[in-house]
Design a protein around this ligand. Structure first.
Ligand code: ADP
Length: 448
């Protein structure tokens, strides 16, 4: 950065100096030519025909008068009559000289060029005297290059001073320019938000703040994802532990009785008990596996929803549950509206309704009642059963939670029914609410 500023300043100053040198050379050269032209006119006015003869003597005398300027007398045909510096015999016809041509055309002519005879840069002024003869006066003049060379030492001194100044400016400017940037950068490392006192650095500060916000946001998202992964892993571990636990009891029972049967040490009555227990526990195991498979299917179900008539599903489900209802002498009072169309899937609605009503039967008292209301807004399943204690109302939706293990065993439940219902409600953005009083009854309300 420091070097860049230095190099930039140096280049700018060097280009400026060179431009200045070239342009001043040009201006100085032009002004000196104009001055010379004025002098030459004044010189020419000094010519007096009566005083100077048009021969070598006249040319030399007139030259002396003009501070040794070269004087050439030329005929109208371009022949040199006399020259203050050279023998006329050595000089060629001058008709091809530009200043002579112009003088013949317009009365006078100027020309700046390198003298063919003297090989030096000269300015020529030629005047036509009534088309009788021409007088040409010439003086030395510096070429542009010579002027440039003459100012070169001054230019070099300036260049050296400028380089020194550039180093100084670079040091100062880097100090003043880079310091706020460095300050901003160090603030950005230690703080979340940065602010610059310099208006020019505000866009940089804004970008840094925006980046910092993005990073914080992404970090929060990553943290959230991490927590979700950990939660999912814990939930999976817990699920596996629960499954293993649930399977353990029937398996141990089956294994134990199978071993006793194999050892042939049981009497007939004991054998009968062993066979019945093995059969019962095998049924329970099969039921448990089917419940787990069902739960997993619901949990990972990403199938697209479609419009389903919940009213028909509810009615069909009640017909299917009639034997269980009758077995316990339960009275079912229904208020099912027609055409309750929901965006879901048949199997999901079947599970929701079936699980709630089956629980209302299972956890009811004999000769109890079940009230079922289905409308476009909600589904209410209310029973007059055993009820749920307040401390268990939240837990009943957790997987494998059963209020009373021995009770659930009797009823064959594994604590997955309400977890399935809750999962389906979550997927459809429905809310599920439970109200209950121990010994009085329970009411589940799903609001669509
Ligand atoms: P389960 O297969 O054990 O019925 P659920 O997930 O359906 O599993 O229910 C979890 C627990 O909630 C049940 O074990 C039971 O104790 C309690 N429960 C569910 N519904 C009712 C109800 N209508 N009345 C009383 N208790 C209920």
């Amino acid at each position: 950065m420091k070097w860049r500023i230095w190099l930039l300043t140096f280049c700018i100053v060097l280009v400026s100096l060179l431009t200045f040198a070239v342009s001043s050379t040009y201006i100085y050269y032009n002004s000196s030519i104009n001055d010379s032209k004025k002098y030459l006119r004044v010189y020419m006015n000094e010519f007096d025909q009566d005083r100077y003869t048009l021969d070598d003597i006249g040319a030399k005398e007139f030259s002396k008068k003009l501070d040794d300027a070269r004087v050439t007398f030329i005929t109208i045909d371009g022949e040199v009559m006399a020259d203050s510096l050279y023998d006329k015999k050595d000089l060629p016809n001058h008709l091809d000289r530009d200043e002579v041509k112009k003088a013949l055309d317009t009365g006078e002519g100027f020309k700046v060029r390198k003298s063919k005879t003297l090989s030096k840069n000269m300015i020529y002024y030629c005047r036509n005297y009534s088309n009788k003869f021409l007088i040409r006066i010439s003086i030395f003049t510096s070429s542009q290059w010579a002027i440039f060379v003459s100012i070169l030492p001054t230019f070099l001194i300036f260049a050296v001073i400028v380089i020194a100044l550039c180093i100084l400016i670079a040091a100062l400017s880097t100090h003043f320019i880079i310091k706020p940037v460095t300050k901003l950068a160090s603030e950005a490392i230690s703080n979340d938000k940065v602010k610059s006192d310099y208006k020019e650095l505000e866009p940089v500060a804004n970008i840094l703040n925006e980046r910092s916000d993005n990073i914080n946001r992404q970090m929060a998202e990553i943290q959230k994802e991490k927590e979700m992964i950990v939660a999912a892993r814990n939930s999976k571990d817990e699920f596996i532990a629960n499954v293993t636990h649930e399977m353990n009891t029937p398996l141990t029972s089956i294994y134990g009785y199978a071993e006793l049967l194999n050892a042939n040490i049981l009497n007939d009555e004991q054998k009968e008990i062993a066979y019945t227990t093995i059969q019962k526990q095998s049924d329970r195991l099969a039921k448990l596996i089917s419940c787990i498979i069902n739960y997993s299917e619901i949990e990972s179900d990403d199938l697209p929803p479609y419009e389903v008539d919940f009213s028909s599903i509810a009615r069909e489900s009640l017909i299917a549950l009639k034997p269980e209802i009758d077995k316990r002498h339960i009275e079912v009072i229904t208020d099912i509206s027609d055409n309750v169309i929901l965006t879901s899937r048949t199997e999901r609605l079947d599970q929701v309704f079936g699980n709630l009503v089956r629980n209302a039967i299972k956890y009811n008292k004999d000769n109890g009642k079940i009230y079922i209301t289905l409308s476009r807004e909600h589904l209410i399943v209310e029973d007059t059963g055993i009820g749920i204690a307040d401390e268990n109302k939240d837990k009943i939706f957790s997987r494998f939670f059963t209020v009373d293990k021995s009770h659930s065993g009797k009823n064959g439940g594994f604590g997955l029914g309400l977890a399935v219902v809750k999962k389906i409600c979550q997927k459809s953005n429905w809310t599920i609410k439970v109200e209950s009083k121990l010994g009085v009854g329970t009411r589940f309300t799903i609001t669509f």
